[in-house]
Design a protein around this ligand. Structure first.
Ligand code: DAH
Length: 348
């Protein structure tokens, strides 16, 4: 026989039991106590089979109503507890968005890097490729392959920083110019060649307003069929107008470099006074600014890398980076580039 008063009792006690559950775990336990196998409802469910068939519908309906009512209580307590849980987590994991953040200062490219990029871009837009080479270089590439004999004064230890000095065949040095990349590139690539080579270079110079032992150069090399000095002039005049402005004029003064013949130094007209101010602070009244060495590639250089001077010819040039940056921005000492003073660096 189902004890319906036990059921009524259980039902009457249910609301307090359910609302007394303070956590999800407690609510689980309450659910077991109210609906589990050993609960009044569980027992009633089990004894249904032994009931008089005539009583079954009534008792069954009672049981169902009681079960549903308790389930309803459990469900609403469950959503209350879940909501509380959520509130607590929101509280605990709250981020104070009003706290001041750490502002990261973004840096910028060093003026020398910007200048190299500007110069390289001018040649890249003419179809040149960018090449690089090692700063610790074999004397062979730095001198011999460039038609510079062992007796040349620039090879002295007083001018060049050697990492390994003695036998010219395997001397290693800090490259004194970017020109060795000419030879390295031509050894590894067939003509035509149109490259620019930005990079660091080293010489045993004492630091003063215009010299640092570490500085930068950009080399250029064009080798193709029928390249002449006119191609060199046109290309470098274009570079000068792009870099210093459309009114810039160029002039070539005869010079000597072992790896070019004929060789020249290129001057650009002073962009500050247009070449006409005796008191100009940029050109000191000279009207011209010395920019780079250049020339027609010596056939010996082409032969040293396995090119046939009867088939191809070329021109080359090498310019410093510090100097054009200084004249363009009115910088009076090369030392500013390496002082790392933010008041200087931030201006660019
Ligand atoms: N390498 C030379 C220097 O550092 C500059 C130079 C002159 C490079 C003539 C060249 C060139 O490619 O053709 O003084």
């Amino acid at each position: 026989m189902t004890d319906s008063s036990r059921l009524d009792e259980a039902l009457a006690a249910a609301p307090a039991a359910v609302s007394g559950a303070a956590t999800l775990a407690e609510l689980d336990a309450v659910e077991k106590a109210l609906l589990g196998d050993t609960s009044a409802i569980g027992e009633a469910r089990r004894s249904m089979g032994s009931l008089d068939p005539a009583d079954r519908p009534r008792v069954g309906a009672q049981l169902n109503t009681a079960t549903k009512e308790i389930q309803g209580l459990l469900a609403s307590r469950l959503s209350e507890l879940e909501a509380q849980d959520e509130d607590r987590r929101l509280q605990d994991e709250r981020i104070d968005v009003t706290l001041e953040s750490i502002t990261l200062q973004s840096g910028s490219l060093h003026l020398l890097q910007q200048t190299m990029n500007d110069i390289v871009d001018i040649f890249v837009s003419l179809g040149y490729q960018v090449a690089t080479g090692p700063e610790a270089e074999l004397a062979w590439y730095n001198f011999d392959a460039l038609n510079t004999p062992p007796t040349h004064p620039s090879r002295l230890e007083s001018d060049t920083m050697y990492l390994d000095f003695g036998d010219p065949a395997d001397e290693v040095l800090l490259r004194t110019h970017t020109s060795p990349v000419q030879a390295r590139w031509m050894e590894a690539n067939d003509p035509p060649v149109y490259i620019v080579v930005p990079g660091k270079t080293y010489r045993l110079d004492t630091v003063d307003a215009t010299h640092l032992p570490v500085f930068h150069q950009i080399e250029g090399l064009a080798v193709d069929e029928n390249i002449t000095f006119s191609d060199l002039k046109g290309t470098l005049a274009h570079w000068a107008r792009e870099f210093f402005g459309p009114k810039t004029k160029v002039r070539f003064r005869p010079h000597f470099f072992p790896f070019t013949e004929p060789s020249a130094e290129l001057d650009v007209s002073c962009f500050a006074c247009d070449g006409g101010e005796p008191t100009c602070r940029v050109c000191k009244g000279a009207g011209w600014l010395e920019m780079m060495g250049c020339g027609v590639v010596d056939p010996n250089v082409l032969e040293a890398v396995g090119y046939d001077p009867a088939e191809v010819s070329g021109f080359a040039f090498g310019m410093g980076v510090e100097r054009p940056a200084m004249v363009r921005h009115g910088i009076n000492s090369i030392r500013h580039f390496v002082d790392n003073d933010l008041r200087f660096l931030r201006q660019f």
